[in-house]
Design a protein around this ligand. Sequence first.
Ligand code: SF4
Length: 394
Amino acid sequence: MIQSSQEPSPVLKRGLNLKFTSVYGLAMNFSDFPDSVTNKRLRTIAKKVYESTPVSKSDAKYMLTTNDILDLGKISDFVRTRLHGDVAYYGVNMNLNFTNICELRCPLCAFSRDEGDKDAFVLSLDQIEARVQDAVTSGIDEVHIVGGLNPKLSIDYFEQMIRRIKKIKPDIFVVAFTAVEIDYFAKKAKTSANKTLERLMEAGVGAMPGGGAEIFSPHIRNIIAPAKISGKRWLQIMRSAHELGLKTNVTMLYNHKEAVEDIVDHLARIRKLQDETHGFKTFVPLLFHGENTKIEARRNTSTGYDDIRIYATSRVFLHNVLHLKALWMYLSDKMAQILLKFGVDDFAATYQNEKVVHAAGAKTPDYGSESFLKRLIENAGLEPVRTTANYWIQ
Ligand code: SF4
């Protein structure tokens, strides 16, 4: 069953009739919810949420700086439960990074290489087919594809890549190519982003990942990824994808040079476009890992409170984006599990062969089994539901 990004599926609708269970595990009726929040300022936010009134930028700023994380948890868990009941999603997929050669060499990136570097690589279509075949044999439902901006690869390579993957397993779900890649492919082929997207959709791309959004504020973007397309252009490409019917994720990279205002600005721009296109299905905050990059982050790593504030605030502020995903490989499995009570409904996936965040020093394993993901979700008191990036329920 395919679910639109705006309407809860019948399974999710169960959640609308459930009693709300607070972060403390106390069952309460929905109507008791705002008054259960003890912090006065957060209680006004809870009232807005209860009445389905979008919260303001200043509310977001307050949530991003409060230490009252248990009250913040009540609000974000209320939103999560109202949308998704007691379900949390996970996927069984593989990562496919077809090349690490990239023209841009963004300071934030530990994954990219120049052509000629000893560990630079490009996978041939035969190698890609063999890898996907192996992963299909092991039972994946989805392939997640991103790579560097390699001038030697043409749009024909990407079209053939997708067609060969779909030939192996016609119902495999293909999530492929960030807005940054689409812009690059289009410029190289001297065509429009729309035409490029149409060709790739025709070949079998089912959704777009949300990478490359980083942080939209130009003064920060110019430090961490100066050669990358602007935030404005990134959003334009996403608008084009949405208008063609292609659903996408949207990310936000945090814990580098950004200030609270930059995070609020990023969230507000997403919410605005979503009001117009309804094409974002999932918001994915990405915790920056700085090892092997050229960015000296303000801190080595985020604190637990930082992660909680970012996720809970996103869940509350982005009322019009249905899903919030925690990438356990970026956060650690323990923190990702805790975030299931702070707004997260999507526990990401197995990500066989993840390379990007591990190049930047992530200490998590580069693969999580299905039983590992299910255990973490069940142990948080939720029902694990296997799905793909399109949220079909299996
Ligand atoms: S972040 Fe993406 S565009 Fe930038 S250097 Fe790395 S692979 Fe290339």
